[in-house]
Design a protein around this ligand. Sequence first.
Ligand code: ADP
Ligand code: MG
Length: 313
Amino acid sequence: MHITLISFLNKRRSLYPATEEYNQQQLSAAAKERGHDLSIVNVGDCQLLLQAGASKMLYKSGDFPKTDGFLVRFSTSFGTHIEAMFVKQLTLDGYTVINPYEGLIRAKNKLRTLQLLAHHAIPIAKTVVIKSRSGIDRAVAELGGLPIIVKTPFGSFGRGVVLVETEKSLYSVIELILKYMALGTDSTIILLQEYIREANGEDIRAFVVGSEVVAAMRRTARGGDFRSNFHQGGTVENVHLTPEEHACAISAVRVLGLDYAGVDIIRSKEGPKIIEVNGNPGLEAITKATGVDVAGKIIDFTVEKIKVSREKT
Ligand SMILES: Nc1ncnc2c1ncn2[C@@H]1O[C@H](COP(=O)(O)OP(=O)(O)O)[C@@H](O)[C@H]1O
Ligand SMILES: [Mg+2]
């Protein structure tokens, strides 16, 4: 089978280009091991031709390569809706695309993710969305007072997440974020979230492929940090999920419409709470912590999904 990996890697703009290169190499190697071809097409080399009834993707100076299906690595942080249009086109053209367009854009935005999960009664960290300084006091009251977590909707790798412990820093941090958001293309929306103290710098990453948790790890923050992200120096180890955590992770991925994802869960005294779902999860930490060939699981799933969709047509 021939699979095309659509890469959104932009080496100049990406925070950790080597990480995403590693992920793509792992997927490539796993495909090869299974006797499949995987070619990598960077979205920077694609154009989109729109015309009535005959729109199509263009590639460099020629046609788009022939393929059986697509694996998308949506490692982009800005202008996500616009760039995702390339993924949407492949779907409109009838291809099997993993992860699907809708799932990717839902997961990219923490607000959209939490809204959907909450609607489906999946436990999340309690969150208040504010638009301006005037919403702060009410939000903090809803969250039961300080400390709280302040987040931007599109952060990743632990950047864009702040623990605010005093009223003094609360207003200035939010003003700073609002000011920089207003300069960019992001609309001014900030997430204020209950700080789950008992997390104590730890969280769980459940790696879901299809309707299975294929691997899970505990991440522990470095030193005094509250952020357990691997890219903030966090350490990782294999962990067993409780049945409740397992069920939460599976439901979250299904509700968001993703084929595979990393679900971040905090073990709170009230039970598991999801803080985010990553539709472009890293493979390195989870592979090293658990010994599971997650890249292989993704390729197996992709091949199976392509086969099933072919049988339908
Ligand atoms: N509400 C919270 N309570 C306690 N710790 C949190 C909370 N939200 C995030 N964290 C910590 O901060 C880390 C980064 O937050 P997250 O929302 O996952 O942002 P990112 O997308 O940058 O990874 C989490 O992995 C977790 O360790
Ligand atoms: Mg995270």
